[in-house]
Design a protein around this ligand. Structure first.
Ligand SMILES: CC(C)(COP(=O)(O)OP(=O)(O)OC[C@H]1O[C@@H](n2cnc3c(N)ncnc32)[C@H](O)[C@@H]1OP(=O)(O)O)[C@@H](O)C(=O)NCCC(=O)NCCS
Length: 184
């Protein structure tokens, strides 16, 4: 435990959280071109395979090496079904934030909530984190449901705190604390 997350593979019920690799570039490209992904995440548009390659081969490793976070692919039966990450980590405050998308071919099974529970509980119980947040645009109901299903509590609304391609949005802030893990 220090100022960098362990480079662990995490296991959930029917999925694993594993490191991204160059073989994922094609799936990342098509998932990040998806209309719903583009609606709620301020990703580059058009999202090209070069953008995906830079994310997989440069940005994700840098996030880990710098201590800023950790990027994992959500893998079901060997296939990439989404990406989840820890980001904006503050090691002094021991706080971090989860972000995610689920690929269009894997939506509808609650994967984001299940993966968030595994990643948050790991960060809180083994990586020294005291607080994990998930921030969702006010209109992004599916993401808010994922946060709740992962055992996060709604704290409130941060006004004009986020951006999507359509403009500024309010963010619903959800949190899970290390002390929540001990709650019945
Ligand atoms: C948010 C996202 C990750 C959820 O994917 P998922 O884990 O497959 O979620 P599901 O499709 O199983 O839906 C989760 C819940 O939201 C509900 N839901 C799904 N789409 C919805 C919609 N458009 N409006 C309202 N509710 C919706 C589901 O019915 C389900 O409800 P339940 O928990 O009561 O069963 C996925 O929609 C996605 O990748 N969106 C684009 C990227 C994104 O928004 N990332 C998060 C940014 S904060």
């Amino acid at each position: 435990m220090g100022n960098q997350f362990a480079d662990d593979v995490l296991a959930g019920d029917g999925f694993r959280l594993t490191p991204l690799g160059s073989a994922d570039i094609e799936d990342v490209t098509s998932a990040c071109r998806d209309e719903v992904t583009q609606r709620w995440l301020p990703l580059p548009s058009p999202y090209t395979s070069d953008v995906a390659r830079a994310f997989v081969e440069e940005i994700a490793p840098r996030m880990h090496a710098s201590g800023a976070g950790l990027v994992r692919r959500i893998e079901v039966a060997g296939r990439l079904c989404g990406v989840i990450d820890l980001k904006a980590t503050d090691w002094r405050v021991r706080a971090t934030e989860i972000g995610y998308w689920v690929a269009p071919w894997a939506r509808g099974h609650g994967l984001a909530g299940k993966a968030s529970r595994v990643l948050a509980d790991w960060a809180l119980s083994t990586q020294g984190m005291a607080r994990v947040v998930i921030c969702c645009a006010t209109g992004n109901v599916a993401s808010q449901k994922a946060a709740v299903s992962a055992g996060f509590s709604h704290e409130g609304r941060a006004r004009s705190a986020g951006i999507v391609h359509a403009g500024r949005v309010d963010l619903e802030v959800f949190s899970k604390l290390s002390s929540d893990l001990d709650a019945p």
